[in-house]
Design a binder for this molecule. Structure first.
Ligand SMILES: Cc1ncc(COP(=O)(O)O)c(C=O)c1O
Length: 365
């Protein structure tokens, strides 16, 4: 632990920088807003935790009504199970025997369903399960326009569901992700295209039911689409997670109206001229991937350049932060930001009340 490590009770203006901040009241309020909205529409909430990678925050989501969590990686799922989460969907397709052996091992402690899109996954899952005497629940991923993973048609979804059943596996449902449509605007057009895409997932589920295979789970959605996808008949659960942290991309590009809970505090290290300030957070702490971070504390001041370890702010007349002054930023994209940090400093008002490690950070396998 470095000498500059933050401690409980510190104010934001005293913190070593750069530090990642989480406003706990805003986080809880976002969880309540998403959970409440989904509950009102009869849809379960299984938030994606790839953004915060923290079992403690996952537990807060469960306390707010989540039925469990969604993970991208087997390593994330292992961390979540160790942290007491008992209902997990791994939304990516593991391709190696080792990964499937780990998924089989997890089944004794939790329900861990896995998205697949190929008969080879069925073989791997059934073989890994048989070795440990367990079943790994399998969901068929359907590509609903993203052109990423997933079977390409309802017909293919039916064929794969039938393969699972014929191989003695456990078919648990279907999943898709309308991630290519989050930025469509105006709202009416966004609704039309999301209804069409998610409709393809619901149709795949119906086609599977038509061959007498039950489809308990129809899972999709993210922060940028949950308000629309939750109102589509046939969807049983949604994966929106990052909205509990919030960022500039969700607000300005996806038009999501939740509270900013995630921030980064940096310090002014240099004032080379009256119109420029150089801060101690570059793209290694606050990346501009997907969207440029927003300066919360100095309205109208834009981040003009991010270097690896420096940020340059171009200052209008009258804006004159001193050396050592702390400045707070809203990340451009939360996912790309959190993964660069070991911990969130949990805040109430302006004071650190919790240090929350990103336990699954680096668990990319
Ligand atoms: C499979 C899947 N589900 C859901 C999401 C949405 O996550 P979030 O709500 O954190 O934006 C993503 C985002 O990449 C995803 O890949």
């Amino acid at each position: 632990m470095s000498a500059g490590h933050p401690s409980l009770g510190m104010k934001v203006s005293e913190l070593p920088t750069p530090s990642l901040l989480l406003d706990l009241d805003a986080f809880d309020s976002n969880c309540a807003a998403i959970s409440g909205h989904l509950g009102a529409h009869g849809v379960a909430w299984r938030p994606h935790v790839k953004g915060h990678k923290s079992p403690r925050l996952a537990q807060r989501m469960v306390e707010a009504g989540a039925i469990g969590v969604t993970c991208a990686k087997v390593g994330e799922a292992e961390v979540m199970v160790a942290g007491g989460i008992t209902e997990i969907l791994v939304a990516n397709q593991p391709g190696t025997r080792d990964a499937w052996a780990r998924l089989a091992r997890l089944q004794s402690a939790a329900w861990v369903g896995v998205a697949i899109d190929n008969v080879e996954h069925v073989r791997l899952a059934v073989a890994a399960g048989a070795e440990r005497g367990v079943m790994i629940p399998l969901l068929v991923e359907v590509d609903i326009g993203m052109d990423r993973a997933g079977v390409r048609s309802a017909l293919d979804a039916v064929a794969l569901a039938e393969e699972i059943v014929a191989a003695g596996g456990q078919f648990a449902g279907v999943m898709g992700y309308e991630g290519h449509l989050l930025t469509v605007w105006p709202e009416a057009e966004k609704e039309t295209v999301i209804r069409e895409a998610v409709g393809r997932l619901v149709s795949a589920a119906d086609a599977i039911r038509a061959v007498s295979i039950p489809v308990p789970i129809v899972s999709c959605g993210g922060t940028g689409s949950y308000l629309i996808s939750s109102r589509i008949e046939g969807v049983t659960e949604l994966q929106a997670g990052g909205g509990c942290l919030m960022d500039r991309f969700y607000r300005e590009v996806c038009h999501v109206d939740l509270e900013h809970a995630l921030f980064l505090v940096a310090s002014v290290n240099s004032r080379p001229s009256s119109s420029q300030a150089i801060l101690d957070a570059g793209w290694k702490a606050l990346p501009d991937k997907v969207a440029v971070p927003l300066c919360r504390d100095l309205p109208g001041v834009e981040v003009s350049q991010l270097y690896a370890e420096h940020m340059r702010l171009d200052l209008p007349p009258g804006v004159d932060p001193g050396i050592g002054e702390r400045i707070v930023f809203i990340p451009g994209y939360s996912d790309a930001t959190t993964v660069l940090h070991n911990e969130f400093l949990g805040l109430r008002d302006d004071t650190v009340v919790a240090v929350i490690p990103l336990v699954a950070r680096g668990d990319l396998q």
